[in-house]
Every structure is written in C-alpha cells, then in structure tokens.
Design a protein around this ligand. Structure first.
Ligand code: GLN
Length: 310
C-alpha cells in the first residue's frame, strides 16, 4: 500500500464529510452529551510507523467500547484462550451492544466479548491482588499499546457509574447464572474505567496499527500482543465488532473494526495499517456517522475489502 496515497484519499474524504451533521451525541452517559458535536479527527498508522493525522488531532475522547477488543487481548494473555472462552463465546448476536437477554442457552455464557455482557464478563476475568492492581494492569496495557501514559476521565467514569442501570442488570444476570463469579460492583467499576480511558486518534491508530502488525507496535517494535492473540482479537472484531451491523460491515467493508459510543471507530487492515476516526455524532447502532462513512469511502477507494477480488 502506498501510504502517501492513502493519506491523500483520507484527507479528501475527510474534508467532504466535515459538513455532515447526521446523528446524535450519546446521551445515556450524561457526560458524553456535553462534548462539542463538530469535533472530527482521524489518524492513519502504517505498520512501518508512518503516522498521518487530520482534523482536531489533539482532542481526546473516551475509548468506550473500543476498549473491548483491547481488554479481550489482555485477558487472553493473562488467562489463555481456552479459559477465556469457557466463560465467553465467539458468536455474533445480531442484537444491540447493550442487549440484556443475550446469554447462550445452556452455558449462559455471553455470546462474544465485543458486546457489553461479554466485555463485562471478560473484564471480570482480569486477575490482580487488589482492585487497584487490576485497574493498573489494564491502564498499563492500553498505555503501552498507545505508546504513552494514558489517563482516565473521572467525570465520564462517574457519569456512567451513576446511570448504568442496564449494564448493572446485565452483570447481575451473569452473576445469577454463575458465569461471573467476581464482585459485581467492582467488576463494573473496572469496566467503566476501561471505557473512560482517554485517547486521541493517534493513540487509537497506534493500537490499531499494532493489531495490523501481528501484535508488534509500529514505533517501539515490541511484540505487545502475541500473533495468536492478535489473530483471535481480529477474528472477533470482524464478526462481532460492529454489533447488529456486523454483517453489513463485513459485506461493505470486509475488515475488522470496533466502534464506541463516544464516536470512535478503529479499523485494522492486516499487514498494512491501522486507522482511527473520532466524530461524536452516532447513529442508532452506536457508530460514529462520519467515522463509518470515512472508513467506507476510504476502503472502497483503496479497494481494501479482503473479499474484493472474489
Ligand atoms: N461504556 C459503554 C457501555 O457500556 C460502552 C458502549 C459502547 O461504546 N458501545 O454502555
């Protein structure tokens, strides 16, 4: 892939989309409804470490559900795939990210780690001597992938914790079925914290770039995620990362991606580059409107869909 050409096409589509005002700010986490809806940024990171950013590039935003594949890869490292998947499945649901009823029939496992139930169950597996140790493990891991020390937005964390009745219901249901054995409130606090980690698009594109590079960070060149865990993370992002539009995404884009209700989406083009987009107005599925369009247009122009050659 010609990086300069990809940057040029990205810039073109970016400016074409600046006027688009479709979608709404997420409001079920009150703090997310306070952001400037016009914010828009994107970063591209090649596996060789070339970086290109456009728009409000200094703007940070909370990871929200883009944290799910990252913490999933940490759980794989800490506990191994067999154990993790004895607790959480690998099946897409066709349901919204915050669906309450979605647990597998006999095992009561959540269907996959990319929806809230599965992500909360995955976070509950992270081990540590104390709550603080577990939280530090998560922050250290995400920070190393971003290549700098990341912070948590405490007001977003508190805002979600105070209003997360639906996630609380999901977590207590899993506790009821013994799929989650940890303390519910502590696990939820860890999960809300991971969702409240602040990044900019460069940070998120470096994380995506590491996943595009078989787990090797494009700048530090360190193997931060094993090849096997990178591969498993990408498979689940591909099949489940976009929730109830995962099928449409596979059809139109044909590449692994993950979105978050803050308006972030990251895309992985294995062996080529990682892309992160931030634009906080989201559609009814929880995907950034401009983020989705930017990715669709870029992927189409560069003919990146893995099935495009038939
Ligand atoms: N923290 C959010 C939640 O659990 C994340 C959801 C999302 O980004 N889709 O509801």
């Amino acid at each position: 892939m010609n990086f300069a050409k990809a940057c040029e096409i990205l810039s073109q589509h970016f400016s074409n989309l600046t006027k688009n005002q479709d979608g709404q700010l997420a409001s079920y986490i009150p703090e997310l409804a306070k952001v400037d809806p016009t914010l828009f940024s994107a970063s591209l990171v090649s596996i060789d470490g070339e970086i290109f950013s456009v728009g409000n590039t200094d703007q940070t935003f909370s990871l929200q559900s883009t944290s799910k594949p990252i913490v999933y890869s940490l759980a794989l490292r800490e506990l191994g795939s067999d154990f993790v998947h004895s607790k959480v499945g690998v099946e897409p649901t066709g349901e919204a990210f915050n669906s309450i009823i979605e647990l597998e029939e006999n095992s009561h496992r959540p269907f996959n780690p990319m929806i809230n139930s599965g992500a909360i169950a995955t976070t509950s597996l992270i081990n540590g001597k104390s709550y603080k140790d577990k939280l530090n493990l998560i922050i250290d891991y995400v920070s190393e992938l971003a290549g700098r020390r990341l912070e948590i937005d405490k007001s977003i964390f508190e805002s979600e914790r105070a209003t997360a009745h639906r996630n609380r219901a999901i977590a207590y249901l899993m506790k009821h079925f013994d799929v989650m054995t940890s303390d519910v409130e502590e696990t939820l606090a860890l999960y809300f914290n991971q969702c409240s980690i602040l990044v900019d698009t460069r940070d998120l594109a470096l994380i995506a770039g590491s996943l595009a590079n078989q787990g090797i960070h494009p700048l530090s060149k360190k193997q931060l995620i094993s090849k096997d865990h990178t591969s498993k993370t990408l498979r689940l992002m591909f099949t489940c990362g976009m929730y109830d539009t995962a099928g449409e995404w596979a059809f139109r884009v044909g590449l692994p991606a993950k979105s978050g209700v803050s308006g972030a989406i990251f895309l992985v083009v294995p062996g080529q580059f990682g892309l992160a987009v931030y634009s906080p107005r989201i559609d009814q599925h929880g995907h950034s409107v401009r983020g989705r369009l930017l990715i669709e247009n870029l992927v189409s122009d560069l003919d990146l869909n893995i099935f495009s050659k038939g």
